[in-house]
Design a protein. Structure first.
Length: 131
């Protein structure tokens, strides 16, 4: 299994487009490829759960049957920097749930495309940087 981290300089720079294209290309080569967006802000309520459009695009482009919660362990309502959106939600983003979801995805895939949030220097919490 190999993985690739897709990041950029800002929100809206094309991370999801690039990640989805990579997933389609990998799956087109016969590989089991999955996408992951560990932290996503700006989510909407769908069927009682917070969902992010970028994470849903990765889910659609990747290996079928993968749980949304593994693709996006931190789905945050407000469209703010992750640290601020998490604080508004009353939670702190920590590394363990991200690593656990990553491990579950790695068990089901030959390739894993992980999409970052915002820009490379975006803090995820007061003690965890995306970088």
């Amino acid at each position: 299994m190999f993985s690739l981290y897709v990041t950029g300089t800002d929100t809206g720079i094309g991370k999801t487009l690039a990640s989805s294209a990579l997933l389609h290309a990998l799956r087109g080569q016969g590989l089991r490829a999955a996408g992951m967006k560990p932290v996503a802000s700006g989510c909407e309520r769908i069927e009682g759960e917070w969902r992010n459009a970028d994470a849903l695009a990765l889910q659609a482009a990747g290996e079928p049957g993968i749980a949304y919660a593994d693709i996006n362990p931190y789905a945050l309502e407000h469209p703010l920097a992750p640290e601020l959106a998490a604080r508004d939600a009353g939670i702190e983003v920590t590394l363990r749930p991200i690593l656990d979801a990553y491990a579950r995805l790695a068990d089901r895939a030959d390739a894993l495309i992980v999409e970052g949030v915002g820009g490379w220097a975006a803090p995820l919490s007061s003690s965890l940087m995306q970088a």
